[in-house]
Design a protein. Sequence first.
Length: 377
Amino acid sequence: MIEKRALEELLEDTDFIRYSTRPSEADKAYWAAYLTAYPDDQHKLEEAKTILLAMFGMLQAEERGKELDRLKLAIQLATSEPTESNLPKKVIAWKKIAWYAAAVLLPVVATYLLFRSDKNTLTQYKLTTAEIKATENSVLTANSTLQTRRTEKRAVLLPDGSKVVLNGHSSLVVAEGFGTDSRIVRLSGEAFFDVVHDDRSAFLVQTHQFTVKVHGTAFNVRAYRDAPVMETSLLRGSVEIMPADSGKSIFLKPNQKLLYTSVMEPTSVLGGVHPQNIPKPEISIEPITISGDGNSIVETVWTRNALEINDERFDQLKEKFERWFRVTIEFEDEAIKQFRFTASFENIPMQQALEAMQLSNTFYYELDGQTLRLRSK
């Protein structure tokens, strides 16, 4: 008889973890039978799989095997010995699972922090991920600012215990009074948030074009000022997005992302068209993107120092390619802009990445200082 599982049980189940990351035919058959027995659990399985994919996608490939045991141990610890007597055991367990899972599985931190709130002990796990700096003292205080260089990533804790991973060429400002009067941060660039739930105070991420309002959830925000497209990707919980130029809020469900695209349109005036263009945003909601191997979420893969390209045109991936390899791309003809690529790169030089991309599309390139010129023939 197949036993019904709670979300917490799925996240610590070895068979389900394997099914979510590297399924065998037997795994697929078992969980298909599970859904036949418990069809109402479809959403629960999808949510658990999404969380595991997001977390496992952040692991370096060589770390995944040994980190699996750490994950299981951490979750076992998290689900035992609740100390907050005023909360149900299930609520306490999930709160701890979120802490442990994030700490164990986010390889973007050079030092993992596993914190047992009931015994106030600290265990550290060292990783070798390059250019990422975090220590047990990486806690931002209210009225402070964190800025990263172009190729730097930082993992930090906020005063309320929420976790943030800040991508390169980004800044995060923690507002005055954070954790007492309000929970407001201002972001320019990209960051992954795992927010602690607090019914008394919503968590607000302010960007130059929209504000993301949450109570407790995991999500990614990409809002570079010079980028034509900004996005918010939701992995767990729910978020409310409030565009600066509209009074209408937009709500996301897990596994969805909102794309905010600035489209330049000419300004109409009496007697003709004004020579200056003004931005007019286009807003769309799409599913988050799972990588081709099924083992990571494209929107958060940057946290493991990887570049994921998922069926994108050259002109669409131009910005991320420039930011990743610190170059400026110039297209010498229109045809090359339409070439499409699917690839995943981790810690390789730009020349090697370009050579791999040339296997699927014939193009030529020339590097002049920090300028990369591309042509189709």
